[in-house]
Design a protein around this ligand. Structure first.
Ligand code: PRP
Length: 179
């Protein structure tokens, strides 16, 4: 595939580092959500790997559901327009919702989702994100659980893609153009 031939990957967090951090996050969430009605919401597709590992690191009864959104459609990111492509199958009423994201970039996707989930009468709504790129933030969002804070670089792997590729990498890497 020619569009990928002039780029290279620089590992930012190894598979072992990612897994170790997720275990820590899971332990903290386990402590914080004792006695609550934990509902994980995975934001497809990027958060799929993180959700699969994080849910196994949480030692509590929980449910998991999936939502697919199209960020901004054809419009530019800064429009903040988010469309739901696949909605949740289950109600969030009275649930302690933990939105699971792979990355918080501008924050516009999360801003929309948090508002949307609160309207569904959730008891609480918090966020767990593997990666946080604060330099790019356009909307203020409160992220309760952050795996790693990263610089303003284009990252792929562990669920994150470039043109749908690289999601299967077990590590997080910076995609660097070579020319
Ligand atoms: C990514 C990521 C978040 C969003 C973050 O999804 O998974 O949902 O962008 O960006 P923001 O903070 O600027 O809103 P993407 O639209 O790339 O879809 P994908 O998860 O299916 O790859």
């Amino acid at each position: 595939m020619s569009e990928f031939t002039n780029s290279s990957l620089k590992v930012l967090f190894s598979a072992a580092q990612v897994q170790e951090r997720i275990q820590e996050m899971g332990a903290r969430i386990t402590r914080d959500y004792q006695g609550k009605s934990l509902a994980l919401v995975c934001v497809l597709k990027g958060a799929s790997l993180f959700t699969a590992d994080l849910m196994r690191a949480i030692d509590l009864p929980l449910t998991v559901d999936f939502i697919a959104v199209s960020s901004y459609g054809a419009a530019s990111k800064s429009s903040g327009e988010v469309r739901i492509l696949k909605d949740l199958d289950t109600s969030l009423k009275g649930r302690d919702v933990l939105v699971v994201e792979d990355i918080v970039d501008t924050g516009l996707t999360l801003n929309y989702l948090l508002d949307n989930f609160r309207r569904r009468d959730a008891a609480s709504v918090q966020v767990a994100a593997l990666l946080d790129k604060p330099e790019r933030r356009l909307a203020t969002v409160d992220v309760a659980y952050i795996g790693f804070t990263i610089p303003n670089e284009f990252v792929v792997g562990y669920g994150l893609d470039y043109a749908e590729r690289y999601r299967n990498l077990p590590f997080v890497a910076i995609l660097q153009p070579n020319d």
